[in-house]
Design a protein around this ligand. Structure first.
Ligand SMILES: *[C@@H]1O[C@H](CO)[C@@H](O)[C@H](O)[C@H]1NC(C)=O
Length: 397
């Protein structure tokens, strides 16, 4: 059969010279293509070699980076503190991956579990409600052990150093919800990674992540955790596509929250908007703004008006029941063993201390500070309402 076919081809090519011409041309074409391909591969391997040569020569860039780190006092501090620590070994310092200017981030090696961890170091404010002692450390670790939940980012370890509180938590390559919204690499500086407007997430993603955050907030509420005021997209860590609340320690240490300062449900509203629209709000959105911006996601706009435009703002329970979040499946909660335990007395006392900080005795300065801050918050919310009413629609464009 085969021979016959070949034969007939041969015969026909003899009879029609244009067929053989075509065959020859095709053959030449194939050869040309092959030559081109080989050249291309060669040049790319050359480039690769050049690149890796640059990289190895780039000991100089490596040294430069090292020098920057050495110059950085925080790096030295961390290095000194970990010098005698058998468990954690300092690997590298990250840049300004978050917006808090006095916070520093490091990658450390946990030698007991042979895993890389994120160590963050933040100075404690003078009005920190907690006394940074060994006892406090143990109570805090107890508190965080009790907060194990699929939608809470764990705090694995805490140390109080002269320079502030050092927190060890898992290192998540996908970064925060903010990184996901702006398509950013978590390890890059916040100045650059959030400079451009992000892409709004798909409705399905908004629903899942939103519901997961709500569940975390409900869980904290059940555990008598005080209102957080530190809830924003940078404090939601994404792990395997699942949202996990982080930054709870900010409240415990009395750090200043990032504006717009808002309690849980309002803060959730800001997150929900940023997830859908791809940019953050500085003030509550006006109804017109929502309608315009979230035209393609009316369910999200509805949920946001429950939060921002009702005389009685929605509770967490209301939000869980609204159209947007009601049907979301909570896969992670199914097999999770969430500890049903009574919170130890010392943890309750610590939370009380955070809720009602003891004013320093002679001047009772903290009372004054708190009143001023409370008033400021209300003022801000009022101003925001006015602002967003007047600038409806065009903000954020
Ligand atoms: C993020 O950036 C770092 C350093 O620039 C790089 O090594 C890493 O591969 C990047 N990660 C991703 C997922 O692109």
């Amino acid at each position: 059969m085969k021979v016959e076919v070949k034969h007939s081809q041969h015969v026909s090519s003899n009879h029609h010279p244009w067929v053989s011409a075509t065959l020859i041309l095709t053959g030449l074409g194939v050869i040309a293509l092959a030559v081109f391909w080989i050249r291309k591969c060669r040049s790319s391997t050359v480039q690769k070699h050049e690149y890796s040569a640059l990289k190895t020569d780039g000991g100089s860039t490596e040294t430069c980076k090292y020098e920057v780190q050495i110059r950085n006092g925080a790096f030295m501090t961390c290095k000194q503190y970990l010098a005698n620590n058998e468990r954690y070994e300092l690997k590298t310092q990250l840049g300004d991956i978050g917006t808090r200017p006095d916070k520093h981030w490091f990658i450390v090696q946990d030698n007991t579990l042979t895993a890389e961890r994120l160590l963050s170091l933040v100075p404690l404010p003078s009005d920190c409600p907690l006394n940074p002692s060994q006892q406090t450390r143990e109570t805090l670790l107890e508190l965080f052990r009790g907060l194990q939940h699929p939608y809470i980012h764990p705090v694995l370890d805490i140390e109080f150093w002269e320079a502030g509180a050092a927190l060890v938590s898992p290192l998540n390559p996908s970064g925060s919800l903010r990184d996901v919204i702006y398509g950013a690499n978590f390890s890059h500086d916040c100045q650059e990674k959030y400079a451009d407007r992000g892409a709004g997430l798909a409705l399905r993603t908004v629903q899942c992540l939103g519901r997961q955050i709500l569940e975390a907030l409900l869980f904290l509420q059940n555990r008598q955790f005080p209102p957080i005021y530190h809830l924003h997209t940078g404090n939601v860590i994404i792990q395997n596509g699942v949202a996990r609340l982080a930054g709870l320690e900010n409240l415990l240490f009395g750090l200043t929250p990032k504006p717009p300062v808002a309690p849980d449900t309002l803060a959730f509203g800001y997150i929900l908007f940023e997830m859908s629209a791809g940019y953050p709000l500085a003030t509550p959105p006006s109804p017109a703004h929502l309608e315009l911006e979230l035209e393609r996601a009316p369910q999200v706009a509805d949920a946001l008006s429950l939060i921002f435009h009702k005389s009685r703002p929605a509770t967490l329970e209301d939000l869980v029941r609204c159209d947007l979040f009601r049907g979301v499946e909570l896969r992670e909660l199914r097999g999770a063993s969430i500890l049903q335990f009574s919170t130890p007395q010392e943890v309750l006392e610590l939370l009380d201390q955070v809720r009602n900080p003891v004013p320093p005795s002679p001047m009772r300065r903290k009372d004054v500070v708190i009143i001023v801050e409370d008033r400021r918050l209300e003022d801000i919310l009022e101003e925001d309402n006015e602002d967003s009413d007047t600038s409806s629609g065009d903000s954020g464009r």
